[in-house]
Design a protein around this ligand. Structure first.
Ligand code: AR6
Length: 264
């Protein structure tokens, strides 16, 4: 019996001896998902190399700040703010340089993070979610599978893959007008931005498409949450961009921004 055990140990040692340590690290690497390797590769790329992947993009320096934008002659009529906090007016001058209103495709923005108006499965969908997945490529979906969904109002981060943005923050807006949940989307996305030390972020108008939240009350929630965040964290933020897709949404944001980030 003892002889047999001895023989077994010998055989095992012989078999193991045929592998070097490198072979075992290889096994470990095989277990690493493709998206994990690729995510690191994309994040480690120089800007010059990464730009080869996406043909058209808008750099942060080319997006006017709200201060610059508001000089436009044909600014839409001001919409009064709905405040549930007291604004510190001494910060107005600083804060209107920290935000932007941009009309266009969020997938083109070369910023640290863009926010995705996702659904709770995080498996992709239509609207801005579909556009982000198409532009990032299929590995985004692979990483999203590992995130195990997202509750309404919560937010989770992934890599940006082939997008000009380094990261995507996925948040799930409410269906219909539910201000508390929409507030959480902005709050939790901004918290991730802060935790990850990201400097620039672009938000679409969460919930205002397929999920049917009316644009004006949604703009109030979005803008007031950003104002609140910036009042405490202005130094950690370079820019928060409100990315609107439709020209009529741009008019609404113009009107509301004049109250939360007064320029005149
Ligand atoms: N860039 C910027 N904004 C965009 C873009 C784009 N490329 N495309 C659309 N928008 P929606 P939701 C705007 O419907 O209402 C998806 O199927 C659009 O004009 O994308 O939160 C998800 O998987 C609108 O202002 O998101 C969910 O199932 C805003 O993005 C569901 O839709 C949000 O519209 C989420 O619905």
């Amino acid at each position: 019996m003892a002889m047999r055990t001895c023989q077994k140990i010998k055989t095992t040692v012989n078999v193991l001896g045929k592998f070097s340590l490198r072979d075992f690290s290889g096994v470990k690497n095989l277990k690493m998902s493709k998206w994990q390797e690729e995510k690191d590769k994309f994040l480690g790329m120089s800007l010059e190399n990464k730009r080869e992947l996406y043909k058209s993009y808008t750099q942060l320096k080319d997006i006017p700040t709200w201060q610059e934008y508001a000089k436009k002659e044909s600014l839409a009529k001001k919409i009064a703010a709905k405040l549930d906090f007291t604004m510190d007016d001494s910060l107005n001058e600083t804060l209107r340089e920290k935000i932007s209103l941009f009309q266009g495709d969020i997938t083109k923005l070369e910023v640290d993070a863009i926010v995705n108006a996702a659904n709770s499965s995080l498996m992709g969908g239509g609207g801005v979610d579909g556009a982000i997945h198409r532009a990032a490529g299929p590995l985004l979906l692979e990483e999203c599978k590992s995130l195990r969904g997202c509750e309404t109002g919560d937010a989770k981060i992934s890599g940006g893959y082939k997008l000009p943005a380094k990261y995507v923050i996925h948040t799930v807006g409410p269906r219909g007008e539910k201000p508390g949940l929409l507030q959480n989307c902005y709050k939790n996305s901004l918290k991730i931005m802060l935790d990850k030390k990201l400097k620039s972020i672009a938000f679409p108008c969460i919930s205002t498409g397929i999920y049917g939240y009316p644009i004006e009350p949604a703009a109030h929630v979005a803008i007031s949450e950003v104002r609140k965040h910036l009042e405490s964290h202005a130094d950690e933020v370079e820019r928060v961009i409100f990315c609107v897709f439709l020209p009529e949404d741009e008019r609404v944001y113009e009107g509301a921004l004049q109250s939360y980030f007064p320029v005149k």
